[in-house]
Each structure stands twice: as structure tokens, then as C-alpha cells.
Unconditional design. Structure first.
Lengths: 499, 518
């Protein structure tokens, strides 16, 4: 290791310092007298966390390199690819931090550790995107995963949170084990762990049974992480049980990180077997879209519905990945990146609104659809924002969701997988039903007259939550109307990535 | 942005986005002041209509070229541009849209009591989407406008509709959305095929019309486009959303739905199904004609048995739009021009009928024919207007309905006599259900309850007069409008002609062998 190697990991070092600082401040800060444990404004912790996440974004942008920084014996690279994801993850984490204080305070669990864990997860995600070696990849994945388990369990006095964390932990470790076994097979056959050497060695073997098994196991391991069917079972329970800001973050951050590895590892290391893993992705994509969309149809709990919807969205992106392998062309992968960016904002927005509603009536609002009845009349702005995110998730033009779908499906059609595109668009028409249903409840229904005192009504958004929601809404509309800049950025990423 | 030489300001952009600007101004500055925002909505739509009329006056007839073009880069890397322009066909439909938008706003002045501001904002945003669809010259832009108008219409039905409004709104949305996502795949497929086979990466409609797509791709893409548009028209058997949506929508919603949204379907067929894939369009003649005739007769037969006035008018739309597709796929001058004229005429007359039903409903709060009777006594003026629209709709010479249907039948007759003969059954049935409804509501035993009702007021009469003027104008002197249509229709027919020569004989023989001596 050279000292110059550290330059490439400055964004991660910033996060590490911030995370440690949050822990120290928390340990040495006086407990507010008279208030129960864990309640307090925590300006310090929130401020340091924001400093960390924004610092990593700024550091990444400042490091925007002319050439790639290949470091640590070429196991880790900071190039425009890595910077794109550092920025995306950093922004997602910033928004999640902004959403959290109100929610945690209402639930009397506003502890500094929360922010430290969020930062550690973020470090794992950043490392994952920059990894060019299976060992780094695995270590980063575990860092991300273990911090996530703890975040899911953050409300440790609540049964649902416990269930969520335990499920997440058990299935997650099982997935890690499968993945590790796949990596060991890779090492056994290639004699190396860095992507390039592996790519060359496996490429010479073509698609032998050993290679296919290795690729399959790594693929299954990652499929757990992106919650692709049939490996999605944990997702609804974990998403429903975890604190809502955490769910919001899980649904975009770790998922996007796993997708970044799906692209980098599969193209570099398993490029020789592209046609074979393409078939794997086609099956995975169809199953995921089918399960996500059809099960979401019957959900009456909005948080759970959004969990299934996020499974469905992973399915659309998997269809894009399938197209990458089918014709060995990276165009669909560029679409996946656009989709990830669009998805980050609209999904964070949708979960964020749910979190906001929960803070308005912590004991009463159980995320069920019927509680939303008539919200459009009582809190028109909150309801309108929620509608914007739902419309974007549906994929109506003028919003980010449409741009993402348009580019991914363009890639799929271009790879001559037009039938896969037709399945995808028809299922996204099915999806319109369950997104619209939420809008129906908010605007077209009135609450049951029998229990007027239980009617949910939200105060206007305020503080960090307001900032986060406005950012999400503006980004959703801007990506939807003027996507040219995002597209240029993605094109540049791929220019250096494969240049 | 680059403008074409025939106009010095971005007229079409103004036409499209003035309503949005008006809606924004209403939202930001006029909340809680009904008089202010209603006036703003009306003035905005009037300005848009005036601008549309100005463009029609400046419009050069006798050429199929697109005029008043505007072009600017949008997503340059993907060949997507903000490209607008109109030919005679789109200009006629834009005029119709602008007129009906004014009348829809005027017609719902007092009838919308709840969330009035949101209602007028929805109407204006809807106008943006509709004009955008007709003016877009870029496929991507077209698709954006096509989908965007779904949202305001969904809210108009769902928020201000009748008892089963939620069901109707969802059905409307899902039907249209399912059709249009298929179209999206077809759009992507034709664009990429063009790119792969030596063309540039472009979504420009004119460029793509020049590309000859291979038969396989063309057939699939034609099918996808056709399904999307057939749902919108709606053609049998995908018409089932229409009776619900039209019946449950508030008056203004029904007027816009029947008047404009249905035309977006037939407009799309002309522009894309026929414009992009003339060969397949010719091959599809027989099935389309059969479906059209079924729609004509089935729609009329369903109208005959409806107990609900609004539902009756809704089903009559299925029948009348069947005429439009019938004439379109006859592929001759009379048929195609007749079907475009019928689109306009149907927009005016059916819009007027929905408006009338709305005025009656405002007073009686029932739409059931059985509840009415003898309305001509308390409301003679209304009865007079109603009779005019009923007669126009059933095809009385001298009113607009006659011209369109007559041209369509002439066109169809030249091509396939049997279809013309079958379609004329629809006209007979049309006379039956419309006159029967008129008799049962306006004459016969007077219902005691309604004897004290007030006749139409000044605002309502002002709303109806333009429709009467248009119905008579088209009925007596259709030349004004046909003049705008000749050149673009010739252009379309010249694209289709080679395939007609090749295929037409075969289809005619098939028709002959299927239907014997006709």
C-alpha cells in the first residue's frame, strides 16, 4: 500500500471519521436530565452525519479524475463509475438522515448510534461500487449487510423490528454463505480474485459447468440482496418492520449497491459467460416482475405494498441486465444506472411521506390504506407530493420513473428481447392499479364517519423532512423533464469504465 | 429554438402551454377567489381559441407540408427533439379542442361545487395535453402528451363524477395505460430498427414515415399502435371502458372525453398506423372494416335499450366512431375526408348532447329517461336546442352529422358495398334511438315535478350557440374544413395507393367471395 492509494478512498475516510465522531460525541454527551433515554434533539449527531454524507459527495466530486485511480494492487478503483455511485449513495443517505430525526424522536429512540450505523452502511456501499476484487467485494458487502441488520433492529423493544432484523440477518447470512461459496469456486478455477484476471482465466474456459456453477452461486447471492424473486421472501417483512426512514434507505441504497456489483463483476469477471448469465437474469427478471407486481395488487398495507413494488422495480432493472448479456452491449446497463438514479428519488420520496405520516400519529397510523382516506382534503400538499411519487413509480411521462423505464426498455428492445419488454410494460400497467389505489383513497374516498377522532391528518412538512421531500420531488420532476444531463453523466461513466 | 418561416413567434408552444400557465397562475395567486380563477380559466381558454383561429386563418391550404413548425433539442443524444407543427388534419382537431375547452369551462361554471379550483386547473392541464398530442411531430413528445392527459382526466372522472366514479376512473386509466405501454414498445422498436439499419437515431415523425419497415416488424408494431388507438377510439371489443367513463364523468368531462379524447385514437391511426405502416394498414382493411361495422350496429343497438340518457349518448359514440374507422380504412378521398369531418362533427354534436343532458341533470338530478316527459312545456328553448342536436346526430341533411356519414358511406360503397349497406343499418337505428329518447323526454305525459323548472339561462344558451353555429356551418358549407383536409389526405392516400393496387384486388375478391353477389 502506498500513501497515494489513500487518495482514492478519501470519500470513505471522510465517512469513517464522521461515523467515529458521532459515536464519540454520543458517548461523551450528557444525557438530558429529566427526559427518558434516547430523547433529545441530537443536533450534534445529525450535523456530523450530514457533514459526513455531504463531505463524501463533495470529496468524490472534487476527485473527479481525468484518469482512473487504480489502487491497493488494483483491487479498488476510483473512476467515474465509482464517483457516480458515491454521489448517488451519498445523496440517498443525506436524504435518509434528513428524514430520521422527527421519526426517531416520536418513537423515543433518537440515539447517535443510528447515524453511525447509517454511515457505516454507506462506507460499505461506496466500497462495493469501487471494488474490482472479489475479496474487497465480499468484505464491503458484509460491512454494508451487518450495519443494515443493526439498523433494522434499531427499535429493539418492538416485536416487528426484532422479527424484521432476525429475518434479515438469517436470510442475509445464508445469501452471503452462498455467495462466498461461489467466490471460492471462482478462485479455484481462476487462481485469482481480481476481476480482470478472473475474467481472462474464466473467459478461456468458456461456459464449462464449473464456471456456470460459480456464476450461478454469485448471482444467487446477489439476487438475495436486490430482493429478486424467488429470493425476495425477506423483503416485505424487513421493509415493513424496520423504522420507515431505514426502510426508505434500504429500498434504494443497498439495492443500488448490489446492482452496481451485478454490473461490474458480471461484465468484467464473468464476461465470457455473458450469454449464460443473461438467461439466468431473464428468468430472474420475469419471476421478480411477476411476483412483485401481482402480490402488491392485494396489499392493503401501504408500506408493504411499497415493499413489493420495490421488488417489481428490481425486476425491471434485472431485465436491463439480461439485455446487457444477451447482446454483450452496455447500452442497457446505462439505462439501469439512469433507472437507479430515478428510482432513488421517487422511492425515497414515497417512503419518506409514509414516515412523515407516521410521525403525525405514531400509535394510530398503521400504514393501512383506509387510514389515508380523505387525506387529499385535509393535507392537500402532503397528498399531492405522495401522488407525484406514486405517478412516477407508475412510469407516467414527465416524471423520473418514465425516463428510467424508457431507457431500460429501450435497451431491452435493442437487444432483440422485445418480448421481455412487452412482459415488462404489461406488468407495469398492472402496477398502475395499486399505485392509483393509494391516490383513490387519498382523494376520492372519505374516511368512515363512525370514528371521526381516528382520522389521520398531517401537519405540513417541516424541518429536515421538508427539505428531503422537496429535493426528492424536484429531482423526480427534473429527471423526468430534462434528463439530458443525467444521460451525459451516465455516458461518461461508461466511457471511462470500459475505455 | 428554430421557427419555420411562416410565423414569427412560437405560436404552437403558446397554444400548448398557455393553459398550463393559466392553471399555475390560478393555483398560486387565486386560491379561495372563485370569481377570479373561473374568469382566468375562461379567458385563458378563449385566448387559446382565438390563437387557434388566427393560425387557421394564416394556414396555407393546398399543401400537405407541416406549418408553423418549431424545433429545439431536447434529449439530443437520443435524437429526441421538441418538434411541433400542424397540417390540415391536426389543425382542424386543435380548433375543435380549443372550442370544446372553452365551452366545457363555461358549461361547468356553476355545476361544480366541490374543489372548484382543482377542477378548472384539471381542465386546463387536460387542454395542454390534448393540443400537444395533435401538434407533436416527435414520437417521444407525442407519447409524453398522450400519457400526460390521462392524469387530469382520471381526476376529473374520479373526483367530480357520478356514483360509480371511482370504478369508471380506474377502468378508463387502466385500459388506456395498458394500450399505450404496448405502443411504447413499438415506438422503441421502430426507432431502433431505423438506427440499426443505417438511419440516424431519431424520433422525428416525418423522418420515420419515410422509412420502409420490414413486414415482420411493421406487422407487430402496427398491432401495438393499433391496439393503443383502438382502445382510445374505442373500437369493439375494447370499448367497454367508454360507457362507464362517459356516464360517470361530470358534464365537462364527458364533453371533452367524447369530443376530443376519442379523436386522439383515430388521429393516431391516421398518423402512425397508416403513416408508418401503409402496407400493413392495407392488409388490415378487412378485419378493421368488420370491427367497425360491428361497432356501428352494436353501439346503436345498445343505445336503443339504455334507460339512462347519458349512457345512451355514450353508446351512440361507439356507433358513430365506428363510422370514423370505417371511412378511414376505405382508403379513398371521400371515405378518409368524411371520417375526419365526422370526427369533428361527432365532437360538436355529441359534446352538445352531453352538455344538454348535463343541463337537464343540473335541474332534475336524474338521468333516467323514465323520470322525464313533457320537458318541452317548461323548457321550450332547451327542447329546441335539444331537437337540433338530436337531428344533427342522427344525420339530418343540412347539419354536420349528415356530411360526414354521407361521405363515409359513399367512400365505403365504392370499396365494399356490403359494408356500406350494413353500416346504414346503424343510421336507421340511430334515428330510432335518438328520436325515441327525444319523444320520451321532451313530449309525452308531462312529469308534474318538472313543470316549474326554469328554462335555459343566458350562460347556458351562450354555451350552446357556438355548437349550433358549427353544426350548421359544417352541414351547409363543409368546404371550409374539407379545404384544409384535401392536401394531407391526398398525401396519405398516395402512400397507401401502391399497396392498395397490390393488395386491394385480393381483399375485394375476398370480400366478394365471403358476401356473395354484393
Amino acid at each position: 500500500m502506498k500513501a497515494s492509494d489513500l487518495v482514492a478512498v478519501i470519500p470513505e475516510l471522510v465517512l469513517l471519521v464522521a461515523a467515529c465522531a458521532v459515536l464519540l460525541v454520543e458517548a461523551f454527551s450528557k444525557k438530558d436530565s429529566g427526559e427518558p433515554l434516547g430523547v433529545g434533539r441530537k443536533y450534534w449527531a445529525v450535523g456530523l452525519a450530514l457533514l459526513g454524507t455531504l463531505g463524501s459527495v463533495v470529496a468524490s466530486l472534487v476527485l473527479l479524475p481525468g484518469e482512473s485511480r487504480v489502487t491497493f494492487n488494483s483491487t479498488f478503483v476510483l473512476d467515474e463509475w465509482g464517483i457516480f455511485f458515491n454521489v448517488l449513495f451519498g445523496v440517498a443517505a443525506t436524504l435518509a438522515v434528513l428524514m430520521s430525526p422527527a421519526y426517531l424522536q416520536v418513537h423515543r429512540r433518537h440515539l447517535g448510534e443510528y447515524y453511525a450505523l447509517l454511515l457505516f452502511t454507506l462506507i460499505g456501499m461506496d466500497l462495493l461500487a469501487g471494488a474490482r476484487d472479489f475479496i474487497v467485494f465480499y468484505v464491503a458487502l458484509e460491512l454494508m449487510a451487518i450495519s443494515s441488520y443493526l439498523l433494522a433492529a434499531f427499535f429493539r423493544y418492538r416485536l416487528r423490528s426484532n422479527e424484521s432484523a432476525l429475518k434479515y440477518f438469517l436470510t442475509g447470512s445464508f445469501a452471503s454463505a452462498v455467495l462466498l461459496y461461489g467466490i471460492s469456486l471462482v478462485y479455484g478455477q481462476a487462481g485469482a480474485t481480481d476481476y480482470w484476471t478472473v475474467g481472462k482465466a474464466l473467459g478461456m474456459q468458456g461456459s464449462s459447468a464449473g464456471v456456470l456453477l460459480a456464476v450461478f452461486l454469485v448471482g444467487v447471492g446477489l439476487a438475495f440482496k436486490v430482493s429478486a424473486a424467488p429470493f425476495h421472501m425477506w423483503t416485505p417483512d424487513v421493509y415493513q418492520g424496520a423504522p420507515t426512514p431505514v426502510t426508505a434507505f434500504f429500498s434504494v441504497g443497498p439495492k443500488a449497491a448490489a446492482f452496481s456489483v451485478f454490473i461490474s463483476a458480471f461484465i468484467f469477471a464473468f464476461g465470457g459467460a455473458a450469454k449464460d448469465w443473461s438467461v439466468f437474469f431473464i428468468v430472474l427478471a420475469i419471476a421478480t416482475m411477476l411476483v412483485g407486481n401481482s402480490v402488491a395488487l392485494v396489499q392493503t398495507n401501504v408500506k408493504r405494498m411499497l415493499a413489493y413494488s420495490s421488488i417489481a422495480h428490481a425486476g425491471y432493472m434485472l431485465a436491463g441486465l439480461a439485455a446487457v448479456g444477451w447482446k454483450q452491449d452496455v447500452f442497457p446497463a446505462m439505462g439501469v444506472l439512469v433507472y437507479l438514479a430515478a428510482y432513488t428519488f421517487m422511492n425515497l420520496g414515497a417512503f419518506g411521506i409514509l414516515g412523515h405520516l407516521k410521525t403525525q400519529a405514531p400509535s394510530d397510523f398503521d400504514y393501512s390504506l383506509s387510514k389515508l382516506a380523505g387525506l387529499g382534503r385535509r393535507s392537500p400538499w402532503t397528498a399531492l407530493l405522495f401522488s407525484l411519487f406514486l405517478i412516477s413509480l407508475t412510469g407516467i411521462p414527465g416524471t423520473a420513473g418514465f425516463i428510467g423505464k424508457f431507457w431500460v426498455f429501450s435497451g431491452v428492445v435493442m437487444a432483440d428481447l422485445w418480448w421481455l419488454a412487452i412482459i415488462a410494460v404489461l406488468l407495469s400497467a398492472v402496477a398502475a392499479y395499486f399505485y392509483l389505489r393509494v391516490i383513490i383513497y387519498m382523494f376520492f374516498r372519505e374516511p368512515e364517519a363512525s370514528e371521526p377522532e381516528k382520522v389521520l391528518s398531517a401537519r405540513p412538512l417541516s424541518g429536515g423532512m421538508a427539505v428531503a421531500m422537496v429535493v426528492c420531488a424536484v429531482a423526480t420532476v427534473i429527471i423526468g423533464v430534462l434528463p439530458a444531463r443525467l444521460w451525459d453523466a451516465v455516458t461518461e461513466v461508461f466511457g471511462t469504465f470500459f475505455g | 429554438m428554430s421557427l419555420s418561416s411562416d410565423i414569427s413567434f412560437p405560436a404552437l408552444t403558446l397554444l400548448i402551454f398557455l393553459p398550463t400557465a393559466g392553471a399555475l397562475a390560478m393555483l398560486l395567486f387565486m386560491r379561495g377567489r372563485p370569481r377570479a380563477y373561473k374568469t382566468t380559466a375562461l379567458v385563458t381558454s378563449l385566448v387559446v381559441f382565438a390563437l387557434a383561429v388566427y393560425l387557421a386563418a394564416r394556414f396555407r391550404t393546398g399543401t400537405a407540408a407541416f406549418q408553423f413548425q418549431e424545433q429545439a433539442d431536447w434529449i439530443a443524444k437520443l435524437g429526441i427533439s421538441y418538434h411541433l407543427g400542424v397540417d390540415g388534419i391536426s389543425l382542424v382537431l386543435i380548433l375543435l379542442t380549443a372550442l370544446l375547452s372553452v365551452l366545457a369551462i363555461l358549461g361547468s361554471w356553476n355545476s361544480i361545487k366541490d374543489r372548484t379550483l382543482a377542477f378548472f386547473i384539471s381542465l386546463l392541464i387536460l387542454e395542454t395535453g390534448m393540443i400537444g398530442v395533435f401538434a407533436a411531430m416527435d414520437l417521444f413528445l407525442f407519447y409524453v402528451f398522450w400519457e400526460v392527459q390521462l392524469i387530469p382526466m382520471y381526476f376529473i372522472i374520479g373526483l367530480w363524477g357520478g356514483a360509480r366514479r371511482v370504478y369508471a376512473a380506474v377502468k378508463f386509466f387502466l385500459y388506456t395505460f395498458a394500450g399505450s405501454v404496448l405502443m411504447l414498445v413499438a415506438i422503441i422498436a421502430v426507432v431502433w430498427w431505423n438506427r440499426k439499419n443505417g438511419g440516424s437515431l431519431t424520433f422525428d415523425i416525418l423522418t420515420l414515415q419515410q422509412v420502409g419497415f420490414p413486414t415482420g416488424l411493421a406487422a407487430w408494431s402496427f398491432a401495438a399502435f393499433f391496439i393503443a388507438f383502438a382502445i382510445k377510439v374505442p373500437m369493439f371489443p375494447v370499448h367497454t371502458w367508454l360507457p362507464d367513463a362517459h356516464t360517470e364523468a361530470p358534464t365537462a368531462g364527458s364533453v371533452i372525453l367524447a369530443g376530443v379524447l376519442l379523436k386522439m385514437g383515430t388521429y393516431g391511426m391516421i398518423r402512425f398506423c397508416i403513416g408508418f405502416f401503409p402496407e400493413i394498414a392495407v392488409r388490415a382493411i378487412l378485419p378493421v372494416l368488420i370491427l367497425s361495422v360491428i361497432a356501428v350496429i352494436y353501439g346503436a343497438a345498445m343505445s336503443l335499450v339504455q334507460p339512462d340518457m347519458k349512457r345512451l349518448v355514450a353508446y351512440s359514440s361507439v356507433s358513430h366512431m365506428g363510422f370514423v374507422t370505417l371511412g378511414l380504412f376505405a382508403f379513398n378521398q371521400q371515405g378518409v375526408e368524411g371520417s375526419i369531418l365526422q370526427m369533428v362533427s361527432h365532437g360538436i354534436l355529441t359534446g352538445a348532447l352531453f352538455m344538454m343532458v348535463g343541463f337537464f341533470y343540473d335541474r332534475t338530478h336524474t338521468r333516467l329517461i323514465a323520470d322525464y316527459g313533457g320537458m318541452a312545456r317548461p323548457m321550450p328553448v332547451a327542447a329546441a336546442f335539444f331537437s337540433l342536436f338530436v337531428l344533427g346526430s342522427l344525420g339530418l341533411p343540412g347539419l354536420s352529422g349528415f356530411v360526414g356519414e354521407f361521405l363515409i358511406l359513399v367512400g365505403t360503397f365504392q370499396y365494399a358495398k356490403v359494408f356500406a349497406a350494413l353500416a346504414s343499418i346503424g343510421i336507421v337505428l340511430g334515428a330510432a334511438y335518438l328520436l325515441w329518447m327525444y319523444q320520451r323526454t321532451m313530449f309525452q305525459q308531462a312529469n308534474e315535478k318538472w313543470l316549474t323548472l326554469k328554462d335555459l339561462g343566458a350562460r347556458e344558451i351562450i354555451t350552446l350557440v357556438p355548437l349550433v353555429v358549427m353544426a350548421v356551418w359544417i352541414g351547409v358549407y363543409p368546404h371550409t374544413f374539407l379545404n384544409m383536409l384535401h392536401a394531407p389526405v391526398d398525401n396519405i392516400l398516395s402512400q397507401v395507393q401502391p399497396y392498395l393496387d397490390e393488395q386491394g384486388g385480393a381483399v375485394a375478391r375476398l370480400v366478394g367471395s365471403l358476401f356473395g353477389g354484393f
